[in-house]
Design a protein around this ligand. Structure first.
Ligand code: ZN
Length: 119
């Protein structure tokens, strides 16, 4: 298991294993956040935070909720809120110690347009 926290430590995220690859998406929200996403089943990810520490952002077709720390602002994860598709989760590996993640392949996703990987 690997553990990350936001910058201030109010939100902790635990993942079961190193990601095999991470996704750098160019969509309008991910490029602004500067996130690198690793994907897991929601049941495999544990988010620990004091009540009120996590803020959410939902936009567009309202299929995902982006979560951030209300204190330091770091984006920690997204969760699916689409009925029938709940269970998938994206974790922002930028919050992890790079040494713990190790050398990992970064895949570029064209989320802005084609929804295809560019590699
Ligand atoms: Zn924080």
């Amino acid at each position: 298991m690997l553990t990350a926290t936001c910058h201030c430590g109010a939100v902790r995220v635990e993942i079961p294993r190193r990601p095999r690859s991470v996704t750098n998406c160019n969509c309008s929200i991910c490029r602004r956040y500067g996130t690198l996403w690793a994907y897991y089943k929601a049941a495999q990810v544990r988010v620990v935070a004091e009540p009120g520490s996590i803020g959410g952002y939902v936009w567009g077709d309202k299929t995902l909720r982006f979560a951030r720390c209300n204190h330091c602002g770091c984006v920690t994860h997204w969760e699916s809120i689409q009925p029938g598709a709940v269970g998938r989760m994206g974790v922002n590996v930028r919050n992890f110690d790079p040494a713990a993640i190790g050398p990992v392949r970064i895949r570029r996703l064209d989320g802005a347009s084609t929804w295809r990987y560019l590699d």
